[in-house]
Design a protein around this ligand. Structure first.
Ligand SMILES: [Zn+2]
Length: 202
């Protein structure tokens, strides 16, 4: 499936994704393990380092989409935005939250009901976990319309993601966490306000 990942699963994301405001807060870390996130793994853009022109996106089940070579940095930015891990909606939320003086951990592995879960942002002490879900992959009601073409493939995959999302939400909630699920289309400030509100109640 991800046969062409060239063992780069542990390769850190491109440095361009790390434009967080400096905070001196060591709890803001970027860890991305190989476990847990089947959905994310398959969403990951396969090309890591080398400027390979034949960029492809593994869609799982051996299905691959070819990215055209980006001709401008703007196009590259759009492509980066399409990647879930450290995606720009998630980064925007992180920055908005950070600006409010709130500190969080990024992608830590936490245990809930004996299952490992890796939310996008975690406020450990307050036990608030945040997921910023991609509209397409997680089936947003506004933008997650399933494509007619290949719907036999996309449909089940998105359904599986949604199932996993709700299962993880249930696990965490049962374990005493407040779970905030945001769509990537939601303005970062709106999401940040939801987070701030949840934290205030703790
Ligand atoms: Zn959406």
């Amino acid at each position: 499936m991800d046969g062409e990942s060239t063992g780069a699963a542990a390769t850190p994301q491109a440095s361009g994704d790390r434009s967080e405001p400096p905070s001196g807060d060591t709890s803001v870390t970027k860890r991305r393990g190989a476990a847990d996130n089947g959905a994310r793994e398959s969403e990951r853009e396969d090309t890591q380092a080398g400027g390979d022109t034949s960029r492809t996106l593994s869609l799982g089940a051996g299905v691959r989409a070819v990215y055209p070579s980006p001709s401008t940095s703007n196009v590259s930015a759009v492509m980066r935005g399409n990647r879930k891990t450290g995606s720009s909606p998630e980064l925007a939320v992180r920055r908005a939250v950070h600006r409010r003086g709130l500190r969080y951990r990024v992608n830590p592995l936490i245990r809930a009901g004996g299952t490992a879960v890796r939310p996008d942002l975690v406020f450990s002490r307050a036990r608030v976990a945040v997921f910023v879900d991609g509209c397409f992959w997680h089936g947003c009601p506004l933008h997650g319309t399933q494509p007619r073409r290949n719907s036999s493939y996309w449909g089940p995959k998105i359904a599986r993601n949604q199932e996993r999302d709700s299962h993880r939400t249930t696990l965490l909630t049962t374990d005493g966490w407040i779970v905030i699920r945001a769509w990537e289309h939601e303005p970062a400030e709106v999401v940040a306000s939801r987070i701030e509100e949840a934290l205030r109640g703790r």
